[in-house]
Design a protein around this ligand. Structure first.
Ligand SMILES: Nc1ncnc2c1ncn2[C@@H]1O[C@H](COP(=O)(O)OP(=O)(O)OP(=O)(O)O)[C@@H](O)[C@H]1O
Ligand SMILES: [Mg+2]
Length: 266
């Protein structure tokens, strides 16, 4: 059962009747000719909440950029049936010019509008409501660059909400969030999935991944995709290169493995 050869076999989650939003087959992703991630076999359906696990450099952001259409697939096929919104990884999203939190959230409306239309009053109302959903209603008029890292991250979540896309890619959205904001975001993600969106969420938190039900493990190639039960010790080792730590988890009543602390600091 722990034969490493098994790891190359994709483990699809149970098929449901929900519409397919995204399908990747034999997908390789990279920058130019060389692939940095291979073997991606993925079917994202409406209502799916998929945790994307992998070490630093494992290919999570590269996959997201490919799914968004920013990068051409190196090989394989990618069918996207719906629009994608993205919450980018924090260090890639410094906006130093003087725009307000509301302006950033409002940028989400621009992608939905035909090119000749500017965001109007209704869009501003939506943007304010989205800032409210991430707990930042009071900060709408503050300069984005003056907000804390965690607050900026939440503004970018609000921008994705305003985009109102069926597929939402979130690249480590919990980074820098305090416990209250993290709980609020987790509730919001559940709500978005219940509304029929498909979510891919990059995270370094294995426990969180177990809670969400479906996991995609990447380490330069796809290691596993399926129900959280695929997170066996051997899959975690293949994903994180043997850097995992054992703990006996009395609360959950099973032997558990966790990641070393530095994976969370990122
Ligand atoms: N613009 C780029 N040009 C060339 N190679 C890149 C570029 N961006 C990333 N890479 C390489 O692609 C590989 C995967 O990186 P990627 O950013 O996708 O990892 P990640 O899983 O998102 O890691 P992290 O947890 O640190 O965010 C790495 O080897 C990285 O050096
Ligand atoms: Mg990344």
């Amino acid at each position: 059962m722990h034969d490493p050869a098994d790891l190359t076999t994709p483990t699809p989650p149970p098929a449901t009747a929900a519409p397919v939003l995204l399908r990747a087959a034999g997908l390789a992703c990279g920058y130019g000719a060389g692939a940095v991630l291979t073997g991606v076999e993925l079917t994202l359906r409406a209502g799916d909440r998929v945790a994307v696990l992998g070490p630093n450099g494992g290919g999570k952001t590269t996959l997201f950029r490919t799914l968004l259409g920013e990068l051409e697939p190196v090989s394989g096929t990618l069918e996207r049936q719906a629009r994608c919104a993205v919450v980018p990884q924090t260090e890639r999203s410094r906006l130093d010019f003087p725009v307000s939190a509301l302006d950033v959230a409002l940028m989400g409306a621009v992608s939905r509008l035909p090119w000749w239309r500017r965001p109007g009053k209704a869009d501003r109302r939506l943007a304010r409501a989205a800032l409210g959903q991430v707990g930042l209603a009071e900060h709408a008029d503050r300069t984005f660059g003056d907000l804390s890292g965690g607050q900026r991250q939440r503004v970018l979540v609000a921008r994705a909400l305003v985009q109102d896309a069926p597929i939402v890619l979130l690249d480590e959205p919990f980074t820098g969030l305090d416990a209250v904001s993290a709980d609020r975001l987790e509730q919001l993600l559940l709500q978005l999935a219940d509304e029929g969106r498909g979510l891919l969420i990059a995270t370094h938190d294995v426990e969180q991944a177990r809670r969400w039900g479906t996991v995609l493990c990447l380490n330069k190639r796809q290691i596993a995709y399926g129900h959280a039960d695929v997170l066996t010790r051997s899959v975690l080792e293949a994903t994180y290169g043997g850097e995992i730590v054992d703990i006996d988890c009395a609360v959950h009543g099973h032997h558990d493995v966790v990641l070393p602390a530095h994976h969370h600091e990122h």
